[in-house]
Every structure is written in structure tokens, then in C-alpha cells.
Design a protein around this ligand. Structure first.
Ligand SMILES: Nc1ncnc2c1ncn2[C@@H]1O[C@H](COP(=O)(O)OP(=O)(O)OP(=O)(O)O)[C@@H](O)[C@H]1O
Ligand SMILES: [Mg+2]
Length: 247
């Protein structure tokens, strides 16, 4: 379980995250959604210890995140970076296994785990020998997800994992990812700016604007009990993908 306790962050006097409190429930998928620049990636980066909040605390499994325990906590977290972030000079397989090999994990164990993940993510084994630029966008995302899962983290943070894909591939991967989350029963925080995707994945949806939480609830809560007019406006702006939404 992850808790944001009144965390805030500003860059050069500009608010990236306003004082925010949020509890991420264990073994559920929580979706952070909101317009570009509302602080979604910054919140994820705080959990990873990559961004230090100016105020407030991050609690991971009840323990306050500090510079002393950040590296240890980081080991329990899988992270899919916005825009992929695969190393271009490493093959897909090397990208997936880099950290495990760095940690001195046994070679056959690492290879076995990699093969198992390729099956889970439905990446053809032959693609593991290719470099990122020799893969399709969808395959690259599958590799990014495999890399995040390699060390069997309890927490998965995915920053717009499907953002750069064509609609068909995106739909297909949405279904597959959801099945993977259900099967692995991990705690997942997924960032998107697409309400349709949020509805697909999210047991809990957190709608953000300008660095603050506008509403936190189920899709039904947002639809039926909008906290403020902005919630309706945000959903209405995407009504073409949510035809069942009354507008
Ligand atoms: N390292 C940084 N230095 C300066 N400003 C930053 C930095 N990181 C983020 N910001 C600013 O903080 C705000 C929040 O950024 P963040 O990346 O969290 O937004 P986001 O919700 O992830 O947006 P997007 O949907 O475009 O990815 C933005 O105004 C951004 O410009
Ligand atoms: Mg972002």
C-alpha cells in the first residue's frame, strides 16, 4: 500500500503537485488521469524516489520513504517509463534482464524468467534478440512491461504505457494488460489521459488538475456524483469514446 501524505512539489515557483493526500489500495489498479502537466508523472516519480517532495511524506508499506531506504524500496517496484525508455544499444532480452544480471542473479534463472515473461506478455521469443528500433511500437511496450516485471515487484507503476500505439494495438494491449494484472494480483498505478482507458483498467480513478486531486472514486462515482463541474466537463470532452455517458 502506498500513501501520499500531503506531498507537494514546485519547480521554479511553479506548482507541479499541490499539497496532495492519496491512499493507493493494495492489489487494485488505481488510474491517475488528467490533462498534460497536471502532475501525474511527478507523483509516480515521487514513489520511486526520483523526485523528492518539497513537503509531506510518501509511505510505502507503512514505511516513510527516505534517501536511506529509497534504493531498497525501489527494488520492490516495477516501472514502465512514459515513452518506453528502452536502452537502444541493448537487445530486447538484454533490456529485460539488465538489472537482474547486475544484481548477480543466476544466469539460467534469469533466462528462464525472461522466457516466462515473454510468454506472459506474448512477445515472440525471436524478438528478444532484436534491438528496440527493430521492434514495432507494441512489441517495445511489451518489452517495457516485461522489464518492469522481471524482479517480480509487488507494485507496478505504468506511465502512459500505451500512449504511443495505434488504436487497434492499444485496444489489444489494454485487454492483455488487464488480464496480466488480474492474474498477478499486483498493486498497480497506471497513468493515462484517456477516460476510456481509465474506465477499462481502474478499480479506482483519480482525476487530477493543476497538481491537485479533483475527485477520487470509481467511474460510477465520477459519472453520477461529480465533485465539481470540471469532472463532467472532462468526461464530456471524451464522450465520443464513452457513448453510454449521459451528457
Ligand atoms: N524536472 C522538472 N523541471 C521543471 N519542471 C518540471 C519538471 N518535471 C515536471 N515539471 C513540470 O511540472 C508539471 C507537472 O509535470 P508532469 O510531468 O508531472 O505532468 P504530467 O501530468 O505527467 O503531464 P503529461 O501528461 O504531459 O505527461 C508540468 O508543468 C511540468 O512542466
Ligand atoms: Mg507525464
Amino acid at each position: 500500500m502506498v500513501t501520499f501524505d500531503n506531498v507537494s512539489k514546485a519547480y521554479d515557483g511553479q506548482v507541479a503537485v499541490a499539497p496532495t493526500s492519496l491512499a493507493i489500495e493494495a492489489r487494485r489498479t488505481t488510474v491517475l488521469i488528467g490533462p498534460s502537466g497536471c502532475g501525474k508523472s511527478t507523483l509516480l516519480r515521487m514513489v520511486l524516489g526520483l523526485v523528492r517532495p518539497d513537503s509531506g511524506r510518501i509511505l510505502i508499506g507503512g514505511e516513510e520513504l527516505t534517501s536511506d531506504n529509497a534504493l531498497r524500496q525501489r527494488r520492490g517496484i516495477g516501472y514502465v517509463i512514459q515513452d518506453g525508455g528502452l536502452f537502444p544499444h541493448l537487445t530486447a532480452g538484454e533490456n529485460v534482464t539488465l538489472l537482474a544480471r547486475h544484481l548477480g542473479r543466476e544466469r539460467t534463472e534469469v533466462a528462464g524468467r525472461c522466457a516466462e515473461l515473454a510468454e506472459l506478455a506474448r512477445l515472440p521469443q525471436a524478438a528478444l534478440a532484436r534491438y528496440p528500433q527493430e521492434l514495432s511500437g507494441g512489441q517495445r511496450q511489451r518489452v517495457g512491461i516485461m522489464r518492469a516485471l522481471m524482479l517480480d515487484p509487488w507494485l507496478l507503476l505504468l506511465d502512459e504505457p500505451l500512449g504511443a500505439l495505434d488504436p487497434i494495438t492499444r485496444l489489444e494491449l489494454q485487454d492483455e494488460l488487464k488480464a496480466i494484472f488480474a492474474r498477478l494480483r499486483k498493486t498497480v498505478v497506471l497513468v493515462t489521459h484517456d477516460m476510456n482507458e481509465a474506465a477499462h483498467f481502474g478499480d479506482r480513478i483519480v482525476l487530477l488538475r493543476g497538481g491537485g486531486i479533483v475527485q477520487h472514486g470509481t467511474l460510477r462515482d465520477l459519472l453520477e456524483r461529480p465533485a465539481e463541474p470540471y469532472v463532467r466537463d472532462f468526461i464530456r470532452a471524451q464522450r465520443s469514446v464513452l457513448p453510454e455517458v449521459p451528457v
